[in-house]
Design a protein. Structure first.
Lengths: 343, 343
């Protein structure tokens, strides 16, 4: 098959059929179902194996393989990087769950709840090292660039988690700061997965830049959806009770945009008090009063508008990638699937 | 200068003068004194900068540079790896201090005591990523081998810490198991530092193997000295109160060797009870009774004998390295310095 050349001088005559999104997902699922991370000592590795087998969307390895395949990389050769990026993601979850005191992850007890704090710390550290072990197995002339990208991404993710914790203690977070934090905490790893996949396929630099833009907006849209679902999700479909962000005083898009939209100082002050952990109201009352303000401002529409904006920007970035449209189909499918998600 | 060739066909006519051990140490000190790890957000990076500037022996970066210089590497080019290995070491200290609830490190409050548990976890994670960032800056044809070595070392160190924690809960630890744990927890990183330095200088594989043996025995000797000093150190020189390992029921070389040497089941049972955290005696009484047994068995001599054995093995490994003796001088100096250490 002839790859479409830069500048459009030579078009490929036959369009290559990419796999369907669900096929990439099932390839990744199969790989993780086969993978065994248990070895000596079990006290260190069993929690890693547990964490890698309790499910999850496998979004990051899937993005990595799709980006690799789009540019006609060898996805078998890219698979260790896909495993590595999921190991890294799960390492951050182990530590985040401990830092955030989250009892459940994917409906199962979190590692620190099941094995204790020290296990969550040390098994997490080991997962970070195992992520590198897999990354280093990749054979590619662009491996050094991919490793640099992986490392830069890891640093951004750590910074994102720190900003998230810092913002919980602050009343004056702007929407721009929130989006910066969300980029680092959530979007950066999606960007990293896409870039690594493309780098390993030796994709052109300008196409990698478009993928980066795609991943950035895709990540922001994804997080804003999470913020919206927390307040307005259909509980049985969303899988967890709504209002948890309000109870935790999380400064998500909804309260921050509400502060901007608030009509008058009274509403603004009421909101600020509701977002303060020292507020004397019960959790239920706090959720109720906050939701009243959200409804009066029609915050759901404003948030949906922002989500649509980021999905549009992601789709535009995809258009700019210099590949046949069929090569972009799985990422289009992903955008559509996530656009309509209810959980 | 002509490097001594393999097989002795061509000897170097002029002996190269290596720097003195203290010169390598002061090069490393100078580099760390200049280094600034503080950036945005300060809540994440200030604890990293603090941890990198409260001192320490800087043993690992020094070993890396010496090994590099022995084989006539470019130590300026190896410096990022030396910084990386110290970042990695300090990352493990941040997490170990939290896991072991240690209030002080180098006479200063530990990071988790100063900034809280979450900071110790996340700043530690970031230091691990920064260690990689520095490693990836190195320019060398052998960089991939050095990165593989670094990663394998990191995994061993995590396993060592886990075995150490596991052994605290077990009564049946053998000396072989203790030495295996000590190799992973302490010696592996010294070995890693030496190997990375030598790899970056493109040292021959058999010389790297001798360095590995040197680092292994050097690390074990170092740890057994620590074990001995905890019971028999001169407190003002040692810098901390003796007997802490006994109070913490740490299964170090001293109690494990005492169990082997114990004359009769009674002494053995008394020792096992003294090593049990549930023992009803006060800390002071426990130290006193344990020291009585140690003295009656002359455990200090037995431990000194084991230390001397490992120093001898390290010195022998150094002899086997196919380099002019002057090139090995700094490592000889290091052995001598540590042989006589009182703290």
């Amino acid at each position: 098959m002839v790859r479409q050349k830069r500048g459009g001088l030579l078009k490929s005559t036959t369009q290559r059929n990419m796999k369907q999104l669900k096929e990439y997902l099932s390839d990744v699922e199969y790989t993780f179902a086969q993978a065994n991370f248990s070895t000596q000592p079990p006290s260190l590795y069993d929690p890693i194996d547990y964490s890698m087998h309790i499910g999850g969307k496998r979004l990051r390895p899937t993005l990595l393989l799709i980006a690799n395949d789009m540019f006609e990389g060898n996805t078998d050769k890219a698979m260790p990087a896909a495993i590595g990026i999921e190991l890294f993601h799960n390492f951050t979850l182990l530590h985040d769950d401990l830092m955030d005191c989250s009892p459940l992850r994917r409906g199962q007890p979190t590692v620190y709840r099941k094995w204790g704090n020290n296990t969550a710390i040390l098994s997490g550290d080991t997962m970070f090292a195992l992520a590198w072990q897999h990354m280093l197995q990749v054979q590619s002339p662009n491996l050094m660039q991919a490793l640099q990208c992986f490392n830069q991404t890891a640093i951004e993710v750590c910074e994102g988690q720190q900003y998230d914790m810092d913002f919980e203690q602050r009343a004056d977070v702007s929407i721009d700061q929130y989006l910066m934090m969300t980029h680092k905490k959530t979007a950066a790893l999606l960007v990293g997965a896409l870039k690594i996949g493309a780098l390993l396929a030796q994709a052109p630099a300008d196409d990698i830049a478009h993928l980066e833009t795609f991943g950035h907006h895709f990540g922001l849209a994804f997080q804003l959806q999470d913020d919206l679902l927390d307040a307005y999700g259909d509980t049985p479909q969303f899988g967890k009770a709504t209002g948890q962000d309000i109870i935790d005083c999380k400064k998500t898009y909804l309260p921050l945009r509400s502060l901007e939209l608030a009509t008058g100082a009274d509403m603004r002050n009421t909101l600020l008090k509701l977002m303060d952990k020292q507020h004397p109201l019960s959790a239920q009352q706090r959720v109720q009063q906050t939701m009243q303000i959200y409804n009066s401002l029609d915050i759901a529409s404003h948030t949906r508008h922002a989500i649509a904006h980021h999905f549009d920007q992601a789709a535009k970035a995809l258009q700019h990638i210099n590949l046949p449209e069929t090569h972009k189909e799985p990422l289009h499918q992903l955008l559509l699937t996530l656009h309509d998600r209810k959980k």
